[in-house]
Design a protein around this ligand. Structure first.
Ligand code: GDP
Ligand code: MG
Length: 421
């Protein structure tokens, strides 16, 4: 059955009307705020970086808490992704935060497949969401969305440039996730080296055509600051779990024999810029981009491989039902083809088996004939032997008779002589 496709009018006329009094829908944004606050938010961060690069420390620093993570060993045979979910609250806003760590990243001798586990993880989370969307009974509002919204890529502070593992991994992920590259442990690179290092990294990212996340510049209120921040990527960050007293305040810092690095001091590192951009300004944009760009791309690819399409060959819209019916026909044809193929194979196999059996039968007959002939031969030999034996027996009996007769006459003779005496 072909579905009737209703096409929207080419141009809809919309009239603008004036209200003569207060109606109340100007409270819609407030309603949204109230609802969102009640529901809470989710945000999922993926930290990619070699073991010991300061990922866990930076997460503690970013959210100003202690996530109590254990240091990972350098001896894992493959990369594993470990996720932890936390409930955080600031004022009235609740945030369900998932932090995903790439345990063992960069620790293997062969680093070729380091990205596979990460790609699989991201796809799996997209798939979980898609499966929920495709369910008959959906509960997307209460569904725990675990799709990765931000991927912090920790660049090793070598001062030279990106390693090939960085380029390969970022390239594999750039269409799946919002990548924010950051220079880890930036206190280990000197000020002069740092700006050259940043330039080289950006140059390499451009040359390799890697799409990293850009802070949005289409909103007038944020355009200026976001443009400025886009030019400062990759942020050079420092993390710390230690505090020192500065004035009358305790601040996060790293202390060295020659001085102190204050994490939140803008002249020491870009940490505050990262926090500002990631949490305070663009968290919602990253959630949106994840849903509207990366997830959409994944969903499109999966639905297309399943055979769904929006328009057919004639450029006419195709409904879900039409696709389903076409697929059903295709499936039936395929099933028939497979059945025919199986039947042909079966007939062929039966014929082969028949020929094989005939061969065996022929062989058996030949063997049977031979046995029959051998048996007749043997029987004949036995008969002859029996005949010979019987002849010998008769001969023997005859001889025995003769000997007996001879002995008897000899005895009679001797007896006669004795009597004469
Ligand atoms: N110099 C320096 N050391 C850091 C920084 N962040 C973390 N570290 C140290 O690096 C080591 C490993 O940190 P950790 O957060 O466990 O790394 P992870 O394996 O990537 O989670 C610890 O001794 C941290 O104190 C930083 O920004 N600068
Ligand atoms: Mg860690």
């Amino acid at each position: 059955m072909a579905a009737i496709v209703e096409r929207p009018p080419v141009e809809e006329k919309i009239r603008t009307l004036k209200l003569s009094g207060h109606v109340g829908f100007d409270s819609l944004p407030d309603q949204l705020v109230a609802k969102s606050t009640q529901n809470g938010f989710t945000f999922n961060i993926l930290c990619i970086g070699e073991t010991g690069m300061g990922k866990s420390t930076l997460m503690d620093t970013l959210f100003n808490t202690s996530f109590e993570s254990n240091p990972a060993p350098h001896t894992l045979p493959s990369v594993k992704l470990k996720s932890n979910v936390y409930e955080l609250q600031e004022s009235q806003v609740r945030l369900k935060l998932t932090i995903v760590d790439t345990v063992g990243y960069g620790d293997q001798i062969n680093k070729e497949d380091s990205f596979t586990a990460i790609v699989d993880y991201i796809d799996k989370k997209f798939d979980d969401y898609l499966q929920e969307e495709l369910k008959i009974k959906r509960s997307l509002s209460s569904f725990h969305d675990t799709r990765i919204h931000a991927c912090l890529y920790f660049i090793c502070p070598t001062g030279h440039g990106l390693k090939s593992i960085d380029l390969v991994c970022m390239k594999k992920l750039d269409s799946k996730v919002n990548i924010i590259p950051i220079i880890a442990k930036a206190d280990t690179v000197s000020k002069a080296e740092l700006s050259k290092f940043k330039q080289r990294i950006i140059q390499e990212i451009k040359t390799n055509n890697i799409q990293i996340y850009q802070f949005p510049t289409d909103d007038d209120t944020m355009a200026k600051v976001n443009t400025e921040m886009n030019n400062q990527i990759p942020f050079a960050v420092v993390g710390s779990t230690d505090f020192v007293r500065v004035g009358n305040k305790m601040v996060r810092a790293r202390q060295y024999p020659w001085g102190t690095v204050q994490v939140e001091n803008e002249s020491h590192c870009d940490f505050t810029k990262l926090r500002e951009m990631l949490i305070r300004t663009n968290m919602e944009d990253m959630r949106e981009v994840t849903h509207q760009k990366h997830y959409e791309l994944y969903r499109k690819k999966i639905l297309e491989t399943m055979g769904f399409t929006d328009v057919g060959q004639d450029n006419q819209p195709v409904s879900f039902q039409q696709t389903f019916e076409r697929k059903q026909v295709e499936h039936r044809v395929e099933l028939q083809r497979k059945e025919d193929e199986m039947r042909q194979t079966f007939v062929l196999r039966v014929k082969e088996k028949e020929t094989e059996l005939k061969e065996v039968e022929k062989e058996l007959y030949t063997k049977y004939d031979q046995l029959k002939r051998d048996h007749a031969e043997e029987k004949k030999n036995y008969e002859e032997l029996k005949k010979r034996l019987e002849e010998e027996k008769t001969e023997f009996q005859k001889r025995k008779q003769q000997v007996a007769t001879q002995q008897l006459s000899h005895h009679t003779l001797t007896l006669g002589k004795k009597m004469k005496k």
